[in-house]
Design a protein around this ligand. Structure first.
Ligand code: BEZ
Length: 213
């Protein structure tokens, strides 16, 4: 049985053929954030909508210094034909590399095949990987449920705020709303980081406006 990849683990490195040439994953990340996501199969309806939408979001990912890369266990020539359909039906050409993982090397490394669901294709996995190459988030969705890529952007916003400002984000938070000083920050450090102060609802619940907003 494959060991699950956990938050905080190093994202496994690999070499693979993609629609934009052969890559070594860690070199591809190149100090940026990355989203690696699998789709179960080429020429399928839900995947078609997801890839078109993700292509439309490219400026949003770029604004956050994030590289996006897709994967399916189909060969390169299938990816190319399907990309034309995606542009035709979704109005957005795929503008990020898609890994052709026909030998399932990457899918296996990342635990994207859940054999008790289906042993011929991947589930809908998402890994958000930080510039330190560590896994920051993993999502596993069934093949029949399209993911919410706006939620993925929202998580990236939260992760980047935590990395830069040591704040966490509360339930249903959206960018621009108040955030929470992480418990590991003492009041002394908080005074330096947040000189305008904070709303101390409880000693462990200290609310500040979103930094840098
Ligand atoms: C789809 O992308 O539409 C899909 C793929 C596999 C199973 C169910 C749906």
């Amino acid at each position: 049985m494959t060991q699950a990849l956990l938050i905080g683990d190093e994202a496994p490195d690999f070499e693979a053929d993609t629609t934009e040439g052969r890559i070594r994953f860690h070199d591809y990340i190149d100090g940026k954030w990355a989203v690696l996501f699998s789709h179960p199969k080429d020429y399928t309806p839900v995947c078609t909508t997801e890839l078109g939408y993700t292509a439309m979001l490219k400026p949003e990912f770029e604004a956050r210094n994030v590289k996006v890369i897709g994967l399916s266990v189909d060969p390169l020539d299938a990816h190319a034909g399907w990309a034309r359909d995606i542009e035709e039906t979704q109005g957005h050409a795929v503008n990020f590399p898609m890994i052709a993982d026909a030998d399932r090397n990457v899918a296996t490394l990342y635990g994207m095949i859940h054999p008790n669901a289906d042993d011929t294709m991947t589930v809908r996995s998402v890994y958000i990987i930080g510039p330190d190459k560590k896994v920051k988030l993993s999502l596993q969705y069934p093949a029949s449920t399209g993911r919410n890529f706006n939620e993925i952007l929202r998580v990236i916003d939260s992760l980047q705020l935590t990395a830069k400002h040591k704040v966490a984000t509360p339930v249903n938070w959206n960018s621009g709303e108040d955030v929470i000083i992480v418990p590991a920050v003492s009041n002394e450090e908080a005074k330096e980081r947040f000189p305008d102060g904070w709303n101390e609802v409880k000693p462990y619940l200290r609310i500040v406006p979103q930094p840098g907003n």
